[in-house]
Design a protein around this ligand. Sequence first.
Ligand SMILES: [Zn+2]
Length: 258
Amino acid sequence: MKRKNAKTGKVYQRRSKTRILRQSIQALIFLIAVILLIVILKWDNNVPNEKEHREFDDEKENMMEASEDFLLLVNRENPLPADYTVQLKKVQNQHQVDDRIAGYVTDMIDNARKDGVELLICSSYRSVSRQQELFNQEVDKYIAAGRSNNEAIAEAAFGVAVPGHSEHNTGLALDIVTPAYQRLDSGFEETEAFGWLAKNAHKYGFILRYPKNKTHITKIKYEPWHYRFVGVEHARIIKDNGLTLEEYLDDRSNKGKN
Ligand SMILES: [Zn+2]
């Protein structure tokens, strides 16, 4: 009896030790799990924030560096530089722009909508080969109308930029209309969309690139739908002084010389 009791006691003691050990291990595992969970949660919260900040800083820095790039002059006398490259980003439907300006474009469209105005991009980045197709079509129209080849080329160039000389090849230009008026003619200036752009486009870094009374400077017909990104700071000065990009760049280089 005694031995049995002693045995039972030992077994009991051993069991109780085992239980304490098991409970300790469970507690330890629980503690490790809690610590792991905290670490994971913190990591989850911190990493995207840090990344976002870094991206935002990068974007700001890129914009500062790019401020002169955005003044790139592409017109009849100035072709797109041969080594020009552009990183593209989609902004509306399948339209693409230089990815550095995509945020400005989408902000402009979103804020116009908040004011009850629908902006519809109808032309954006265009490759030089696409520009060649458009230009050829325009030349063919004039030839069909009875012009000589040279006359047709000269007349076509007033409406469609010569390939390699179009701002659409830069990824910095947009043709913007509105769903209710999608024709590319001077009637667009009667629309609410044009009114909104005239008042607000510069806030998003865009200028009306081919104004009505400046065709002798731009060598391009009045295009109330064609907007060019130059950056917010330059756009404000250009708008306030009623300049074209050609005049603005001339003023700057003259000031530089003085
Ligand atoms: Zn255009």
